[in-house]
Design a binder for this molecule. Structure first.
Ligand code: T4K
Length: 381
């Protein structure tokens, strides 16, 4: 009998800078008394992340959801022919619920498109069949940092005059054919939540190449206030504060190393788990630079011997806490369920997937331990 881990091993653990460095940086706030509203750390970080992600323009937000919310709000004000409220947005059901809420809470109807079995991103071959005269946009997720088929989606959007917004919450640092991921579509949203590859405690950003969006987004995140004399547009409060920005500045120094650490850990998982019957790992492609933000494994119950849920329960007995990201499937939840919608692949994936512990500081021994337990379970079922 293999011994249980002494300390719980969680699906993720935030990356932190050196304590002294963060304290040194935030000390300055006590003399300036400038805590939020586009402070010096905020403006510095905006510039640094723009350069890191190699995008034309970037606007910071207090969290990823607010960034996505503002991106979708923009849709209501960009085109005359579009209704101020209403219209359909084609989206993936296999995502964190933030994506769907940002669509529906802005008055659009999410139309769920099934995903692909090989990388769990939206199935570009099924998008066109869902386009109607009410469709205004495609909003899809680079889930786990696996990029959507950005080329095909761009062709479809051009053909049907649709906007494309990518939920790139998981995709910080990812590249496709050498092109950084934030350069695709009309806008891409990145999340800098504590649980992400790169964090500002809470935080997010929109990347885009249309300069006209810059002013609009800057206004929108600050109540539409231009200056003390003028309120120039609609807006909300979605500003990143100086403590978040200071954390972002310090964490950015380590993000490349952190992604390399994640890659090393993921390589152990791939080596140790890919031979196990009934466990499917996503085939990684040569033309993509990954960020290893999650470590999803798909359990084929018939072949593996037990279900995803049974494996989950067994792992928790060893103090290992993977997560069933993303279950339940959004299109199966009471608020989004529609009798005419069927997403068979997404349905199967949501019931069969498990994200194993993966974070920058994970110990090699812990990864090997998880693999050993899964191997052991596989042999004994
Ligand atoms: N779009 C997508 C595709 C997303 O995945 C997300 C967020 C968004 C949009 C929205 O972006 P943000 O507005 O969040 O920036 C977590 C995160 O809260 C959420 O940011 C993330 N996606 C989602 C996938 O994961 P939960 O409900 O799983 O969080 P929680 O509290 O259960 O934590 C997960 C694990 O991390 C636990 O094992 C504990 C550990 N943890 C967590 C926190 C917060 C820590 O060790 N330290 C911490 O400070 O949602």
């Amino acid at each position: 009998m293999i011994k249980k881990l002494e300390k719980p091993l969680l699906v993720t653990e935030p990356s932190l800078p050196r304590y002294e460095d963060y304290i040194d940086t935030i000390k300055k706030i006590w003399s300036t008394k400038w805590l939020t509203n586009q402070g010096v750390f905020h403006n510095d970080l905006e510039c640094k992340i723009k350069n890191f992600l190699k995008v034309d323009y970037l606007t910071l937000f207090c969290n990823g959801h607010s960034a996505l919310d503002c991106a979708i709000k923009q849709l209501r004000f960009t085109k005359e022919k579009w209704p101020k409220i209403g219209g359909e947005i084609i989206t993936t059901p296999f995502t964190f619920v933030s994506t769907t809420h940002a669509i529906s809470m802005n008055g659009f109807t999410p139309i769920f498109c099934d995903i692909k079995a090989d990388d769990y991103t939206i199935d570009e071959d099924k998008i066109e069949g869902l386009i109607t005269d009410k469709t205004v946009a495609i909003v899809c997720t680079h889930v786990y940092g696996f990029p959507c088929n950005v080329e095909r989606i761009s062709q479809l959007a051009k053909k049907h005059d649709l906007k494309v917004i990518y939920d790139a919450a998981h995709a910080f640092g990812v590249e496709v054919n050498g092109v950084p991921i934030g350069n695709f579509g009309d806008m891409s949203m990145f999340s800098f939540h504590a649980t992400k590859v790169y964090n500002t405690i809470e935080g997010g950003a929109l990347a885009y190449s249309n300069v006209a969006l810059q002013n609009k987004l800057n206004l929108m995140r600050n109540f539409g206030i231009l200056d003390t004399e003028e309120i120039a547009s609609f807006g909300i409060n979605a500003k990143m504060n100086e403590f978040q920005a200071a954390m972002g500045i310090e964490n950015l120094k380590y993000v490349t190393k952190n992604i390399q650490n994640r890659k090393n850990a993921a390589q152990i998982y791939y080596k140790e788990l890919s031979r196990i019957p009934g466990i499917k790992l996503v085939d990684l492609k040569q033309n993509i630079k990954y960020n290893y933000s999650y470590m999803p494994i798909l359990i084929d119950e018939k072949c593996f011997g037990i279900s995803r849920d049974q494996l989950y329960d067994k792992l928790t007995q060893y103090n290992i806490y993977p997560r069933k990201y993303f279950y339940p499937l959004i299109s199966n939840t009471p608020i989004y369920k529609h009798p005419n919608t069927q997403n068979n692949i997404a349905d199967y994936v949501a019931k069969s997937i498990l994200c194993l512990p993966l974070f920058a500081d994970i110990q090699k021994e812990d990864v090997e331990y998880v693999c050993k337990i899964i191997n052991d379970i596989s042999r004994n079922t």
